[in-house]
Design a protein around this ligand. Structure first.
Ligand code: TEU
Ligand code: CA
Length: 542
């Protein structure tokens, strides 16, 4: 049969915000260990940990200063080994975040490279002479400003696609690639379950030609990585690929290509943005477009390649705020989103707190923001004349700190996340939205997720079945999955209006999962309540 990750559900943890055990206001490895029973109860197969390596935290761990050590605030290497072991005892694998497009400028390699231009480490990074006294190219950093930083000492610039404290590694240098593979094997030997590869589509960059994403040697490098680390293992590998089209996704994830298990692509989460404009400028989400994009990926990767399924992550707004309704229909719309996503083909990812319907929040002061991307944007746009109110509204809508507020465990002080003041403030709604309340309520969002995870594990129609869209109304998303004579029909109302739908072919059916109630429904004259979602194991009467 298929690979383990084809019927798996992966839970993403932002360690800094998950659970603090030593009272410093920062989540830690011991905190993750203390919640393994909870994660086992949910039923997830693997945990993707955002970076836990040593880091000065310019970009919260995505700036690594030592790949073989654990961030001091998070704990020790011994605790990491303990986490891997204790998770394994519960049938849960640990997926590490692999950040190898860049390091921290505090990594020993960069320190040597900068201090001594003759050192062998100089060529681990990308250094260029000034051009006419200025930056070598016009390339911009994702976090604002030029992608080139001047180094007084040598009179050269170094290249950084993210912050100036995240110098890009030079993948053209075979020694760099070897270092990366050795480091990966260090973690593989510790028994991890795989890697989530940060901005992997950028490693083949050619700055001279203004090529950042999808460079000419990208797939060559990944094949080499596969040979050196992944071949003959059961590891799952997921590439963060902002620049993937379905055709590119197949290059990464067709098993014949011997590169990665799957891609993590973002087309559906960018539908509220304008092409070629920064993410801060938004328009209402079109459900028609959303169905089109999801269907495109389902159909194009039907036979070759593999996709991830997700509504949110640590860089994105909260799922229920972005795609549902985080007001009166919060519970219904959160369950609706879970039902729609988890019955598609691909590997679903749950971002911590999604399973209890955590929401975005209203930031009212830039001092509440930690994220480097939002802080830089605020300064840049302030200088362009945007008002404080406008900018805080943009950040409340799209900023990354929405996803990074502490996990809401219970209704006690600091949401049970920490005994001390958390590094980032807890969302004010923690007294009603928290894990303890969710576990106590049999009708909570948590149990919808639990049921969906279990259903995928035991039904091949979900893990490997075919997908086809069912044409209904603009704001209703309906599709059928089918496999070896078994079919599942999913119908979801993506709006707060009642929607009438007629699917006479299916007659009266009883849903196996629903977000209002499980009573039999006449599909010939179906009235969908606000954000109602239903899934049926269908008997076709035609
Ligand atoms: O994100 C890649 C990336 O391009 C993001 O910066 C993205 O454009 C932005 O967050 C959208 O709001 C990865 C990590 O997921 C992110 O947390 C890191 O900051 C980034 O790489 C650099 O390592
Ligand atoms: Ca701590």
């Amino acid at each position: 049969m298929g690979k383990w990750w084809q019927s798996a559900v992966i839970y993403q943890i932002y360690p800094r915000s998950f659970k603090d055990t030593n009272g410093d206001g920062i989540g830690d490895l011991a905190g993750i260990i203390s919640k393994l029973d909870y994660l086992e109860k949910l039923g997830v197969t693997a945990l993707w940990l955002c970076p836990v390596y040593r880091s000065p935290n310019d970009d919260n761990g995505y700036d690594i200063s030592d790949y073989r050590q654990i961030m001091a605030e998070f704990g020790t290497l011994g605790q990491m080994e303990d986490l891997i072991k204790k998770a394994k005892q519960r049938g849960i694998k640990i997926v590490m975040d692999l950040v190898v497009n860049h390091t921290s400028d505090e990594h020993q390699w960069f320190i040597e490279a900068k201090n001594d231009p003759k050192s062998k480490y100089r060529d681990y990074y990308i250094w260029r002479d000034p051009k006419a006294g200025k930056e070598p190219t016009e390339l911009k950093s994702v976090f604002g400003g030029s992608a080139w930083e001047y180094d007084e000492q040598s009179g050269q610039y170094y290249f950084h696609q993210f912050s100036r404290k995240q110098p890009d590694l030079n993948w053209e240098n075979p020694v760099v690639r070897k270092e990366v593979y050795e480091m990966m094997n260090f973690w593989v030997a510790k028994g991890i379950g795989g890697f989530r590869m940060d901005v992997i589509d950028l490693i083949g960059k050619v700055p001279e030609k203004n090529i950042t994403s999808n460079g000419p040697k990208l797939h060559e490098y990944l094949k080499e990585m596969h040979q050196n680390v992944l071949a003959d293992t059961k590891l799952v590998t997921v590439g963060e690929t902002w620049g993937a089209t379905p055709d590119i996704a197949k290059l990464y994830s067709d098993p014949e290509q011997k590169e990665l298990s799957m891609v993590f692509q973002f087309e559906h989460v960018q539908l509220d943005q304008f092409p070629n404009r920064p993410k801060w400028f938004t328009r209402p989400l079109s459900v028609v477009k959303l169905k089109e994009v999801i269907t495109k990926w389902q159909v194009e990767l039907a036979d070759v390649g593999w996709n991830s399924l997700f509504w949110n992550n640590h860089d994105l707004p909260r799922a229920v705020s972005a795609f549902g309704d985080d007001g009166i229909y919060r519970v219904q719309s959160a369950k609706m989103l879970a039902i729609v996503l988890h019955l598609l083909k691909g590997t679903p990812y749950i971002y911590q707190g999604e399973e209890i319907g955590m929401t975005n929040l209203k930031f009212t002061d830039i001092a509440q923001i930690d994220d480097i991307e939002s802080k830089n944007m605020y300064q840049e746009y302030k200088a362009k004349g945007y008002s404080n109110e406008e900018l805080l509204q943009m950040i409340s809508h799209k900023g990354r700190d929405n996803a990074r507020t502490p996990m809401q465990w219970d209704a006690t002080k600091n949401a049970g996340f920490s005994s001390a003041k958390p590094w980032l403030a807890v969302a004010p709604n923690y007294q009603t939205i928290n894990v303890k309340a969710a576990l106590a309520d049999k009708e909570s969002i948590f149990y919808t997720y639990q049921k969906l995870i279990a259903y995928r594990k035991s039904h091949e129609v979900i893990s490997v079945g075919d997908y086809s869209l069912v044409e209904t109304k603009a704001e209703v998303f309906a599709y059928v999955r089918s496999y070896e004579g078994q079919s599942v029909l999913v119908i979801a109302n993506f709006s707060k209006n009642v929607q009438k739908v007629a699917l006479p072919k299916y007659q009266i059916q009883t849903p196996f999962i629903a977000n209002y109630d499980n009573s039999p429904r006449d599909l010939a004259q179906l009235e969908l309540r606000p954000y109602e979602a239903l899934a049926f194991e269908i008997t076709d009467h035609l």
